[in-house]
Design a protein around this ligand. Structure first.
Ligand code: SF4
Length: 259
């Protein structure tokens, strides 16, 4: 296998279905979205290949990954081998799900919860009534059980004037600034406004779903696909690297980077 030029990040779209129906969802996830499961065996092989290629981190995203029965096995396998983060809306991590997650807790595993507001009104504007309260409760439950929690905030017209207040809120929860990530709204999926992103202007982060490999997790639309075959992952990485080299030869440098 080839060595990569970057400490690449690997993103895995585990399923696409979700308990929420956010009006800005880039993945068009919802309770009615068909499940597009990547599957445990693919995930294990992807983690193994990412480790062999020198990737720095693996991120799991859904839809909502915790609707999957085998997400715990995926996260345990990954975090035993590489720094691993699971992105979630925090609303369904209760009872048996929470217990199963706590059972695999380790310093290599972080839960990154989406929180768009310090008050319900601004968070719920895009994510649905009642979601803020359940999300904040989910964050507190994870913390009570000693879990490492990070937060991601999508900057929208509803919360852009309150980003300082959101920061005060996460600090009051005991979550430091380095664990809070703010991203602009992107014009993809269900979002009809926001940044227009493409392979020319966003720094790549290798992203896999059941249909292949993509340039960046912000979109798994056809124009962002770099390979229809998942394996070997090295081939997709080489495609991305070739594309970056061709851009560099014409003086084009992607300017946007997101977490
Ligand atoms: S933005 Fe996240 S929580 Fe909302 S519908 Fe999409 S995947 Fe689900």
């Amino acid at each position: 296998m080839t060595e990569t030029n970057f400490p690449w990040k690997l993103w895995l779209y585990t399923n696409y279905d979700c308990n929420l129906r956010c009006s800005y969802c880039l993945a068009k996830s919802s309770p009615n979205a068909p499940r597009r499961a990547l599957g445990l065996e693919n995930v294990k092989r992807l983690v193994d290949e990412a480790v062999a290629l020198g990737f720095s981190e693996v991120f799991f995203t859904g839809g909502e990954p915790f609707v999957l029965a085998d997400i715990y096995e995926m996260l345990a396998y990954s975090s035993a081998r590489i720094k691993t983060t699971v992105l979630a809306n925090g609303m369904i991590l209760r009872g048996a799900r929470l217990e199963k997650l706590i059972a695999i807790k380790n310093p290599n595993l972080t839960a990154q919860i989406s929180l768009d507001g310090d008050i319900a009104e601004v968070h719920d504007a895009y994510r649905g009534k009642g979601s803020w309260e359940k999300t904040v409760e989910g964050i507190r439950l994870l913390q009570e059980h000693g879990f490492d929690v990070a937060l991601s905030t999508t900057e929208t017209p509803a919360n852009c004037e309150r980003l300082n207040l959101i920061c005060e809120f996460h600090r009051a929860l005991g979550i430091p600034d380095e664990n809070h990530f703010v991203r602009p709204l992107a014009k993809r999926g269900y979002s009809k406004t926001g940044l227009e992103l493409n392979m020319g202007n966003v720094v790549p982060e290798i992203t896999v779903n059941v249909d292949g490999v993509f340039w960046h997790p912000l979109s798994t639309d056809a124009d962002m696909q770099v390979s229809k075959k998942i394996f070997p992952l090295a081939t997709a990485v080489e495609n991305v690297q070739r594309h970056l080299d061709a851009m560099a030869a014409t003086g084009q440098v992607p300017q946007f980077t997101f977490k």
